[in-house]
Design a protein around this ligand. Structure first.
Ligand code: URP
Ligand code: ZN
Ligand code: ZN
Ligand code: ZN
Length: 463
């Protein structure tokens, strides 16, 4: 099977050039000077005139079918990866969640069973370590052999995922030993739980209290502490879903000293704010995630962090819960609102607005959405670049098309959109996953089961 994508501007993190992209089988075979094309004998042609051809997006932070607070996130691996494909994301890295008292390898088996044969695009796993004990620490090495080398830990959620500083230290020592990366949910959960208890005792139960009881200072403090622990142990640290300027300051300072500290933010922190959590009725529950949305002034700091590379990646933290039957679990008690927001379908479009508005350049857009996550999580140069030999995960993107985000038209299995009514410039036109057209203007053309598990190599940014 040979496909030619002709007439487009090929945009890589390293630069842009007009070229025709020849795909053979699952791989990019060649980038050809424009105009050679008529002579070629191909099976399928995609006209990309006036469009960008970019490497498929890599969303390094999703939660499909994730158990949380007695329910589970509403996208399974099929609906979630189909939605990802619609939005130009051709790889997700999801989180296998160790339940307390179970082993890491058994956890990995369970997550393989959930995802195998179900995904429309390629996928990998990180491991959430809930139980830091001798056997889990030992098993981290076996996870590496199984293609999982990034381990998420929580300074939040006491009694659920929370790890003590001592446990974090031990896991970091182990990560350092084996070449793994620790991913940190950095919020001071002990202090937050006190604030939550006080709010509830005073009858403050609305969704906005979720934000008010998780102040940005407590994200900044936890981020600083995680950085100190990483420095002491020599382990690389990847701060997930960074939302607060205070946390960004800590990351910036660590990076300026040369420490292996990296961070991602998410579209919701770039575009939404605490005010959304204060919407009337129970509407604010749609915006409850942790860390919470911040006062609007944090947004400009995050955009600046993306420009300066103190923020290296934008992932979605896609963790959808339906409003009608899941978010409502927290009516009368904000602490029972399932934490998380949908977004896997719109990351690339939302970040493209950063290009339109002059916040980031075109190549930086590709770098943040695809190339850096590929390198950070050991998928490059197979993923994250349009180049001969790379997987033909390709997106034809129309930078001039207009669209309006709505739950009525999105493909995620959730009954609302956090970005409802957002008017965007730019739209995904055609998506290839390993050489196969999975989305075009006629609709979804892929299949559940096309997506393959990706055993990942080590973080390529480590010094
Ligand atoms: O609220 C969130 N972010 N839910 C997903 C789990 C996590 O902490 O990433
Ligand atoms: Zn988290
Ligand atoms: Zn998450
Ligand atoms: Zn539902």
């Amino acid at each position: 099977m040979r496909t030619l994508i002709s007439g487009g501007l090929v945009v890589n993190a390293a630069g842009s050039a007009r070229a025709d992209v020849l795909v053979e089988g699952e791989k990019v075979a060649a980038l050809l000077a424009p105009g050679l094309e008529p002579a070629l004998d191909v099976d399928e042609r995609v006209d990309a005139t006036g469009k960008y051809v970019i490497p498929g997006g890599i969303d390094a932070h999703t939660h499909m079918e994730m158990p949380f607070g007695g329910t589970q996130s509403s996208d399974d691996f099929t609906s979630g990866t189909i939605a990802a494909a619609w939005g130009g994301t051709t790889t997700i890295i999801d989180f296998a969640v160790q339940a307390k008292g179970t082993s890491l390898l058994a956890t990995l088996d369970r997550w393989h069973a959930k995802a195998d044969g179900k995904c429309a695009v390629d996928y990998g796993f990180h491991m959430i370590v809930s139980d830091v004990d001798d056997s889990s620490l030992k098993e981290m090495g076996a996870c590496l052999d199984a293609g999982v080398n990034s381990f998420k830990m929580f300074m939040a959620y006491p009694g659920v995922f929370y790890a003590t500083d001592g446990e974090i230290l031990r896991a970091m020592q182990r990560a350092r030993e084996i070449g793994g990366t620790v991913m940190m949910h950095a919020e001071n959960g002990i202090a937050i739980d006190e604030l939550v208890a006080q709010a509830l005792a005073e009858g403050r139960t609305d969704p906005v209290q979720h934000g008010l009881t998780r102040p940005p200072e407590l994200e900044g403090e936890a981020t600083s502490r995680a950085i100190a622990l990483a420095r002491v142990t020599g382990a690389p640290l990847y701060v997930v879903h960074l939302s607060a300027a205070q946390a960004l300051d800590a990351v910036t300072e660590a990076r300026d000293t040369g420490q292996n500290v990296f961070a991602e933010t998410c579209p919701q922190y770039l575009y939404l704010s605490l005010e959304d959590m204060a919407r009337p009725g129970f509407e604010g529950a749609k915006y409850v995630a942790s860390p919470p949305l911040r006062p609007v002034e944090h947004q400009a700091r995050l955009w600046r962090g993306l420009r300066t590379n103190d923020l290296s990646v934008v992932s979605t933290d896609h963790c959808p819960f339906c409003f009608a039957d899941q978010k409502v679990l927290g009516q009368g008690d904000f602490s029972k609102i399932p934490n998380g927001m949908p977004g896997v379908e719109h990351r690339i479009d939302l970040l493209h607005q950063g290009v339109v508005r002059g916040e980031i350049g075109l190549e930086r857009w590709v770098e943040i959405c695809s190339t850096t996550p590929a390198r950070m999580f050991g998928l490059h140069p197979r993923k994250g670049v349009v180049a001969p030999g790379a997987d033909a995960d390709l997106v034809v993107y129309d930078p001039a098309a207009r669209q309006t985000i709505s739950a009525a038209t999105h493909h995620m299995n959730v009954d609302y959109s956090a970005f409802e009514g957002f008017e965007l410039t730019g739209r995904v036109e055609v998506v290839l996953s390993r050489g196969r057209v999975v989305v075009d203007r006629s609709g979804f053309r892929g299949s559940a089961g096309h997506g393959r598990f990706l055993a990942r190599e080590l973080n390529q940014y480590l010094v």
